[in-house]
Design a binder for this molecule. Structure first.
Ligand code: PAP
Length: 332
């Protein structure tokens, strides 16, 4: 067993935004001039950067991260589209890597939301600081990102660090995202119809979903040693198998002794939807003034879309999925 290090804590989670000193960033200025802009349903402008839609607030940190982030061979990068299993994957990865650091009943997950333990490169680290000092973070560093594969900093691809991607059936991801957008909306509620339009057009934060998923899928096919491709549904169906696979992939395999002690099952239980959702920190805590921890735990089910989508809406999403995923070998 490796000597496991202390986890990344939430020192990056202040809510300071928009006081960057790189407003002259050439790429951003060029995009603004090109007018590749669209109003999002939440009222802010979205910009298309290398096929990826995002707000200006995130565009600058995304470009900054792309330019400056220096990956280490030991880094683990969790790359997900929102509402595809990020919170769950963060909890599992954190617990696997830090399992000899804490007794399970003292695991930081009991008192911190998974997002407070593993920061997003673009949403947290490079949003708060132009050139953050990430050298003080003990190895292995775990970071997460919602950006497309082709926006990952080249140092991630050039180093031996590992990338784990999780995606989800688009019908469920769509419904989960719609609920979340309505929770954080400050400009009134968003109807399913209008959100469906934006989703199928790809004009939502980190969209289009097909570009996101296919980017990681193709990277996984090309280099499965580097990119692990998971599906939320598979994780649900056989979490034990997948937890072992994640642990092996990142170089922290479970020993036979640990298996016999039931450690895998204990980690699974700790990271389960029911356990995390009912923790006090996730019921009353928040990441910042507008983001309550409870927003990340709705019902955690497969197939909840049947309760919301009409057959015509389903066909609309499935048609996009069929067309965009044709020939890729990827199915949901
Ligand atoms: P994020 O990208 O904004 O962090 P993310 O964690 O990817 O969100 O997705 C949230 C979804 O995962 C929610 O799905 P739902 O809306 O369909 O319910 C949430 O309930 C679900 N989720 C959160 N934690 C877990 C968990 N431990 N196990 C299973 N599902 C979970």
């Amino acid at each position: 067993m490796k000597n496991l290090q202390k986890p990344i804590r939430n020192e990056f989670f202040s809510t300071k935004v928009d006081d960057y000193d790189d407003n002259n960033n050439a790429e951003v200025e060029e995009l603004l001039l090109q007018g590749l802009e669209k109003k999002s349903l939440l009222g802010w402008s979205l910009y298309k950067y290398k096929g990826h839609w995002c707000s200006l607030d995130l565009l600058r940190p995304i470009i900054r991260c792309e330019k400056y982030f220096k990956a280490r061979d030991t880094d683990v990068i969790l790359a997900t589209l929102p509402k595809s299993g990020t919170t769950w994957l963060k909890a599992l990865t954190f617990s696997i890597i830090n399992r000899s650091q804490y007794p399970l009943d003292e695991n930081p997950l009991l008192t911190s939301n998974p997002h407070a333990l593993i920061p997003f490169l673009e949403r947290n680290i490079y949003r708060e600081n132009e050139k953050p000092d990430l050298d003080h973070i003990p190895e292995p560093r775990i970071f997460s990102t919602h950006v497309h594969y082709k926006l990952l900093p080249t140092s991630i691809m050039e180093s031996k660090c590992r990338v784990i991607h999780i995606c989800r059936n688009p019908l469920d991801q769509f419904i989960s995202l719609w609920h979340f957008k309505n929770l954080i909306s400050t400009s009134g509620s968003i109807s399913l119809d209008e959100f469906l339009e934006a989703y199928c057009e790809g004009t939502h934060d980190y969209g289009p979903f097909w570009e996101h998923v296919l980017g990681y899928w193709n990277a996984y096919l090309k280099n499965p040693e580097k990119v692990l491709f998971l599906k939320y549904e598979d994780l649900k169906k056989d979490v034990n198998f997948n937890v072992k696979m994640i642990a092996e992939f990142i170089g922290y395999p479970f020993s036979l002794e640990e298996e016999k002690m039931g450690l895998i099952d204990k980690i699974i239980k700790l990271c389960s939807f029911e356990k995390l959702k009912n923790l006090k920190v996730n019921q009353v805590g928040s990441l910042d003034s507008s983001l309550k921890n409870s927003y990340f735990f709705r019902n955690g089910e497969i197939g909840d879309w049947v309760n919301y989508l009409t057959p015509a809406m389903v066909e609309r999403i499935e048609k996009v999925v069929r067309e965009e995923f044709r020939g890729s070998g990827l199915m949901f």
